[in-house]
Design a protein around this ligand. Sequence first.
Ligand code: MLT
Ligand code: ZN
Length: 486
Amino acid sequence: MSARGADDNITVLTAMEFNVSQPSIDVINALKSVLSENQVSTEASILESYGQDWTRFTQPAPLAVVFPRTTDEVADVVKFARAQDVALVPSGGRTGLSGGAVAANGEIVVSLDKLNTIHPVNNIDRTIRVGAGAITQTIQEAADEAGLFYPVDFASSGSSQIGGNIATNAGGINVIRYGMTREWVAGLTVVTGTGEVLELNRGLMKNNTGLDFRHLFIGSEGVLGFITEATLKLCSPPKDPTVLVLGLADMDAIMQVLQRIQATTPLLAYEFFSELAVSKVVEHAGVARPFETQTPFYALIEFERDGEETETVVFEAVEACMEEGWVLDAVMSQSVAQAKALWRLREDISETITRWTPYKNDISSTVSKVPQLLSAVDEVVHDHYPDWEVCWYGHIGDGNLHLNILKPDDLDISDFKARCGEVSIDIFKAIQALGGSVSAEHGVGTLKAPYLEYTRTESEIASMRAIKAIFDPDGIMNPGKIFTAD
Ligand code: MLT
Ligand code: ZN
């Protein structure tokens, strides 16, 4: 029996149809002696869901999925895989958007679901120790109960796991103020591709003792080993976060407004999205329009309302932007509920457009070069897809744009992916010319691996491969991710 993929585009084979060979069956049986029997699954539905992430471009085909409960069990699985010469794929909340957690070639998927302990907050160190499988939002809630704040946040925080956030150095909506995940990791426990367990930085604030391997594992997308536990830094929560949504006249206005408002008010977020994105969330997610005026682009700004004075300063800045003709309409939240409702305009976009199997480009430049990046990429996209729907949004205050090309109904997935891939080269050339990045925050995974050279030099890539060979001499850790196969 074939099971259909979540979006009905992917057919997943059962173990029988997958034609599991005798050596593979022997591997599965041997695996059951390393972990207990109920920690190893070959069920078709489990292989399907644990063998893919949110990209939906790959047909999942792992050999088995395992569920270790401790760091030592992860180490046992790695040693077993080395001996059997089987590849391993780490699996967190599977919310990735670059194919970093897909298993399409008979790998063993190692789920971190069971390593989800959240220890009590240490209020003196202002840290929290968590298992890699802990859900991001649950960690945020634990910090909140202790009067502290874990600031890395994004729409998928309710299902993403912290291990995956660290492995991809996740960004999100508050980077303009708090930086990326990297800034918030005080310590890591990892299992390398040799099965060795390393304690990296042990939660220390100060530790100048040579190379900091913690930072090698952050953003390494599982190619060096597994992150099994982390100590995270916490901070004080922001005061009365307030949201402002502005209707913008054109793309140029986006940066003018950022500059004008940031000149007087420190921002927690500066996000942008297009009218197409708004129309999709209004129609398909039941989100209310911010105001009646429809404008080509919108900015969502969050700031701390620290008394009436801040509000007056922000009002004056918005008025000045209206006089310039950059802002055509505006609304400001007056309560936490209103702020949340306005955030849905931005946060619901990604999930809403999954029904069009979007081809995602997650690109960046320095903030000052964003107008050039926007117009160069927009021109390429318009030239190639005059009739296709192209949905723009992103963390513009960080120089990060999300360009989503929506699949026309009459095109099948592989043709669509191939055509988008061709055009991506022109987009990547434009990014390269501006010194930008082909992956701002989603990671390289399998989708961007062929294009790494547009952001990193040949010698940098060779050095990265050499570092991988130190931690993963047998090349069993998440093959095909970041680097294309040799
Ligand atoms: C976002 O900013 O919404 C996320 O990075 C997800 C996406 O780009 O779709
Ligand atoms: Zn994003």
